[in-house]
Write a protein that binds this ligand. Structure first.
Ligand SMILES: CC(C)(COP(=O)(O)OP(=O)(O)OC[C@H]1O[C@@H](n2cnc3c(N)ncnc32)[C@H](O)[C@@H]1OP(=O)(O)O)[C@@H](O)C(=O)NCCC(=O)NCCS
Length: 156
């Protein structure tokens, strides 16, 4: 199964007729099974916006933290976020969702590391509903003690 893609539902047989009668009932989003989240967080009421949903700025901060984890590892030291290349809030996040952040290095340059972050929410956890809520790409720069760009170390 592809990572984070839809899997067949567990109940009943997904015949074409059944799919037509209940569109979406047999397609279920699951957490990626081939990698581990770098971060898992439960947003609290204090993280909500004026409408009661989770504030986008709070989600952005968590994404920046999640993306920085593989970047620090690759840089083997200090980094700074230089750019948020893309950021998509695909679905709202609710207080009480259990958020899992998956982050992987997708590109490296001389001093820069670009990381893709995907966020999934486990909602109504007793019913095991999973929703992909956010995806983003960020670039970090390895820095030295003077906060200037530093060449990435060679991989062993
Ligand atoms: C990050 C920082 C040290 C980079 O310094 P700089 O003199 O601008 O660096 P350079 O222009 O030499 O670019 C460094 C790398 O970043 C990349 N980069 C710069 N701007 C970029 C952008 N908008 N998007 C993607 N990559 C970018 C460059 O391509 C280069 O990558 P490479 O060495 O792999 O080729 C500096 O911009 C800085 O201190 N910014 C503030 C960081 C910060 O406070 N972040 C928030 C809190 S962590």
């Amino acid at each position: 199964m592809k990572k984070g893609k839809k899997a067949s539902g567990g109940k009943g047989k997904a015949t074409p007729a059944a799919k037509k009668a209940r569109p979406g009932a047999f397609d279920k989003v699951v957490l990626p099974i081939d990698r581990m989240p770098v971060l898992r967080v439960l947003p609290m009421p204090a993280d909500a916006n004026i409408h009661g949903d989770v504030f986008g700025g709070w989600i952005m901060a968590q994404v920046d933290i999640a993306g920085s984890l593989p970047a620090v590892k690759r840089a083997n030291g200090r980094i700074a976020t230089v750019a948020v290349n893309s950021f998509l809030f695909k679905q709202p996040v609710f207080v009480g969702d259990l958020l899992s952040f998956y982050a992987e290095v997708v590109k490296v340059g001389t001093t820069s590391i670009t990381v893709q972050v995907e966020v999934y929410a486990e909602r109504n956890r007793l019913n095991a509903e999973v929703v992909k809520v956010t995806e983003a790409t960020l670039t970090y720069v390895a820095t030295d003690e003077f906060r200037k760009p530093r060449p990435l170390p060679l991989l062993a």
